[in-house]
Design a protein around this ligand. Sequence first.
Ligand code: ZN
Length: 225
Amino acid sequence: MEYRCVQCGFGIKTLFVQYSPGNIRLMKCENCRAVADGYIECETMLLIIDLILHKPKAYRHLLYNMLKQELANLEGLWWKSTFGYLFLDAYRSLVLKSSKEEWGLSMSFSSLLWTCGKILTDVFFENFLFLCTFLLATKIFLSRLPGAPRNKDLVLAILISSYFKIFLIAMMAWEFPSSVIFIIDLFVLSSNTMAVKVITGSAMSRCIGACLSAHAVKVLTSQML
Ligand SMILES: [Zn+2]
């Protein structure tokens, strides 16, 4: 895995040269002659805004250049992103369930335990089917050229690009209508699509097909459980 120019996606050995602490020179891309990764000198907030705006260059920075820096701690990143993803999914199910049913102090401890157990099992099952459908759909929709990303890279891109789920945390502090959850779901879907497009370089319609089918299976499963 190498660094990438965020403008055109061309591989580059190094993004900057450091002369002294705080004194760096950004490298230029050999392909497009632009500065390879301007986000290095930018505030994190600017990156977050560009990610929300779905700019491909922000996704390239996040999925290639930032991940390469994390390479030494990749296993830790896998655990953290998987745990965060499943935790927020479980919280999402809890909010949807509590809006449908009456939740109160009258609920016995055993029924509370049973509900939490059911939510966790459902979340694992939904995401297992989501993952299987996604990997199958990428095989069908996306061209597998030599040098194409491995399944592991695609899954990590899905986990990281689901960062919109973090907005569910705001729902812990403030009361929102449960329809906000569906808006977050739509953002996660579009963010996943952009991440798959950046990672695979496939046509947008194919990436939408791969992500939409996986998300549709997940929603259908959650409706049936
Ligand atoms: Zn370039």
